[in-house]
Design a protein around this ligand. Structure first.
Ligand code: ATP
Length: 303
């Protein structure tokens, strides 16, 4: 296997009874990259990640993790990977500290406790609380800390920011970028476009158990599309907004070219549009991101 690859999946298939979950997943993740695995509920993200750790066995195809076969070298893979499951089950009666110390024993690089404490502080996690008394978000933080501690070569994270408030999500993004600077490869699943776009360098989109698209940084802009609705305090000639950088579409009704409501489609940074709008009497502004399904339609339309 190519030394540059942290993950190499070829034709991976898996069915649960009669339900096909993976229908031939092909995927290469380079060492050192932050790779987003984006797909709607039930697309096959968790199943893929679980196959990589031999938590479930695929029916067919090949998976290599850091050059190793997870079925033949299960222990080696698990020792070298920081894994955050989608549904974390922790020993309820132990404190977060006891849980983390126990999990640390299993790691290739034994975590030093100062690092664990520093991670917990950054995530505002009290290590002395018994797990059963932690909120859902705080349990998730224990999961994030256990994945990152010991500075593993590869992080496999199933929806890492699930249940965290926006500030804590940002802190997790920072931690993942720092792990990358430290040499780690980060592979994380998500069904949230904005999250993937915020930190991933490359993205694979999975749908119905197949990779339907792999996007490079230059394509990621297409995920950053927004719909912006603007209401003006009085009818204005808004056609100039159609040529603002990033604006790919403008719709509006008006009389004699003057409009009070317009809807714009914007790709990438909002800054040029915000600056351009400063010249208009704006009474209301709403932005929304299209759903993953709408993004799929755009991708297919282009293809
Ligand atoms: P989510 O974003 O909702 O976590 P996912 O992309 O991780 O979804 P998977 O959990 O891998 O998707 O599920 C893929 C498919 O396999 C779905 O149709 C799901 O219903 C099915 N599936 C997953 N686990 C099992 C199981 N243990 N038994 C039966 N079917 C399952």
């Amino acid at each position: 296997m190519d030394e540059q690859l942290a993950l190499h999946l070829q034709g991976l298939t898996k069915s649960y009874g009669k339900t096909p979950a993976l229908r031939g997943v092909d995927l290469d993740v380079l060492r050192g990259e932050i790779f987003g695995f984006l797909g709607p509920n039930g697309a096959g993200k968790t199943t893929t990640i679980r196959c990589l750790l031999d938590l479930i066995r695929p029916d067919g195809g090949t998976a290599r993790v850091l050059g190793l076969d997870p079925q033949a070298d299960t222990v080696a893979v698990r020792r070298r990977v920081g894994y955050l499951p989608g549904e974390l089950s922790l020993e309820a009666n132990l404190t977060a500290e006891r849980v983390l110390r126990g999990l640390g024993e299993l790691r290739e690089r034994r975590p030093d406790w100062a690092t664990v404490r520093a991670l917990a502080e950054r995530l505002q996690l009290d290590l002395h609380t018994p797990v059963k008394n932690l909120s859902k978000g705080n349990k998730q933080k224990v999961g994030v800390v256990q994945a990152l501690m010991g500075r593993p070569e590869l992080l496999l994270l199933d929806e890492p920011t699930s249940g965290l408030d926006p500030l804590m999500q940002q802190e997790v993004y920072r931690l993942l970028r720092e792990a990358q600077v430290d040499g780690a490869t980060v592979f994380f699943s998500s069904h949230i476009i904005s999250e993937v776009e915020a930190i991933a360098e490359r993205v694979a989109i999975i749908r119905g158990g197949r990779i339907v698209s792999t996007l490079a940084p230059s394509d990621l802009r297409r995920l950053a599309v927004r719909r912006v609705r603007v209401r003006f305090g009085e009818p204005v000639d808004a056609v100039a907004l159609a040529v603002v950088r990033g604006v790919t579409r403008l719709d509006g009704d008006g009389v004699g070219g003057r409009m009070t409501d317009v809807t714009l489609q914007v790709e990438g940074d909002m800054d040029p549009l915000v600056k351009a709008l400063a010249a208009f009497p704006v009474s209301d502004l709403e932005t929304e991101r299209p759903s993953l399904e709408e993004i799929f339609l755009t991708l297919y339309a282009d293809e």
